[in-house]
Design a protein around this ligand. Structure first.
Ligand SMILES: C[S@@+](CC[C@H](N)C(=O)[O-])C[C@H]1O[C@@H](n2cnc3c(N)ncnc32)[C@H](O)[C@@H]1O
Length: 263
């Protein structure tokens, strides 16, 4: 295979493998923005395919979608027009001071901040990008969920699918790096087109609810909501009108925070 990451190198495949036909993630984000009275200017950091950014645009917002992947940005511009798409690194970005009323960061994009310095860089950038009273809305894996859940780790799981006439197979193993506080994923791709198997490694920060609350507070945010669902990737799924629980026990973490002191 010539690709390093079959899914993010092929945004069409990404959308096919992780469908969100009902635009639940975008709808959930819009619901958070509306409930907390956010202004119209939204930055979607780690926008990926652009489907959530486009939903927010269709809901009447002025949206900028930002991502590091050129492939994702090209796909977003073609398939999900409306927002402005720009290349930016969530570890540190400058898209204008007080240029946004909200930053959204969906599907664990925030957890690409692996180190404390990267997390500080992200929140410092958000603080500069947001107007006073601006919101941060994020949805991600819950690090706390992995405490005592060794059944999820160290055992390979296999997934097979056919895309554009080629049968692909991925073998995925999750491990916890306790020192770095990272969930590491090793995925080996094989396919029936005779190409050499490729090993792809990814990692997400294991961020704990109280740690997230603390770092947000330190960066001048007031935490309005911090909970494990219902949300766009919970079981059962979030439905319009449902309010958040108070617990942070299940596998997804959702946060809404307001910037109370600008820099
Ligand atoms: C799980 S995907 C987001 C999915 C998106 N919400 C969707 O549904 O299409 C995570 C995204 O974060 C992006 N990403 C990873 N590291 C990044 C960084 N340092 N800065 C900006 N984007 C990054 C990836 O390119 C990818 O598009």
């Amino acid at each position: 295979m010539t690709h390093g990451n079959l899914l993010t190198d092929n945004p069409e495949l990404y959308e096919a493998r992780f469908p969100d036909a009902e635009r639940l993630a975008g709808r959930w984000a819009e619901d958070c923005l509306r409930r907390h009275g956010a202004g119209p200017r939204v930055l979607d950091m780690g926008c990926g395919t652009g489907r959530d950014a486009a939903h927010l645009h269709d809901a009447g917002r002025t949206v900028t979608g930002a991502d590091l992947s050129e492939a994702m940005l090209a796909h977003a511009g073609q398939r999900h027009p409306g927002p402005t798409y720009v290349r930016a690194d969530l570890h540190g970005f400058d898209l204008g001071r007080a240029a946004f009323d909200a930053v959204v960061c969906l599907d664990s994009s925030l957890l690409y901040c692996h180190t404390n310095a990267q997390l500080d860089g992200f929140l410092t950038s958000c603080r500069q990008a947001l107007a006073p009273g601006g919101l941060l809305v994020a949805e991600m894996r819950n690090g706390a969920y992995f405490l005592g859940r060794s059944d999820l780790l160290d055992t390979p799981t296999v997934n097979a699918f056919t895309w554009q006439g080629t049968a692909h197979r991925s073998t995925t193993t999750l491990t916890v790096d306790r020192t770095a506080q990272l969930l590491r994923r090793t995925r080996v791709w094989t396919s029936d087109d005779g190409t050499t198997p490729v090993e792809q490694r990814s990692a997400w920060r294991l961020l704990f609810p109280l740690e997230l609350r603390h770092v947000l507070t330190t960066h001048g945010f007031e935490v309005l909501e911090l909970h494990d669902g219902p949300g766009p990737r919970t079981e059962p799924l979030w439905r319009e009108g449902q309010l958040p629980r108070l617990s942070t026990d299940a596998d997804r973490l959702h946060v809404v925070a307001r910037l109370t002191s600008a820099r």
